[in-house]
Design a protein around this ligand. Structure first.
Ligand code: AMP
Ligand code: ZN
Length: 136
């Protein structure tokens, strides 16, 4: 299903032009227009799924394989020093476009980006509690 109000549906299906670096029946991969680094790309399913919780397993499996293919292509072309795969779900996690996408972000020594988090220091008890809550 496509969502007629969704910009990534339109881009993924070629209704809005984009800088495409890979395409197959299920996905289009485009260059992010506000890139963290040179070659920052987005894997877009052609069908509309708002986030990780909506996309079916088989489609998600194919999406990560596409991310790997594109990562190899970018590394070969741009000779990056590292690469992050990032996938945001929900506003609290920084998702701004509500059409699932996987960020493929090549990294370069001294690229001055910070795609990391501040580690916290929960006690063993707290970690065990969280484990038990998740495990039910
Ligand atoms: P997120 O914050 O995970 O939802 O990421 C959305 C990403 O989409 C951001 O990195 C934006 O720069 C990028 N973006 C938004 N609109 C466009 C567009 N029309 N073409 C290319 N990238 C876009
Ligand atoms: Zn969409």
């Amino acid at each position: 299903m496509k969502d007629s109000n969704c910009i990534f549906c339109k881009i993924a299906n070629g209704e809005i032009p984009s800088n495409t670096i890979y395409e197959d029946e299920e996905f289009r991969v485009i260059l992010d227009n506000g890139p963290a680094t040179k070659g920052h790309a987005l894997v877009l399913p052609k069908e509309h799924y708002s986030d990780l919780f909506e996309i079916p397993e088989d489609k998600l499996g194919n999406a990560i394989v596409v991310a790997q293919k594109v990562a190899k292509k970018i590394k070969a072309a741009l000779n990056c020093d590292g690469l992050n795969i990032v996938q945001n779900n929900g506003e609290a996690a920084g998702q701004t476009v509500k059409h699932l996408h996987i960020h493929v972000i090549p990294r370069y020594k001294d690229d001055n980006q910070h795609i990391l988090w501040n580690p916290t220091s929960p006690s063993s008890d707290e970690l065990e509690n969280i484990r038990d809550t998740i495990n039910g």
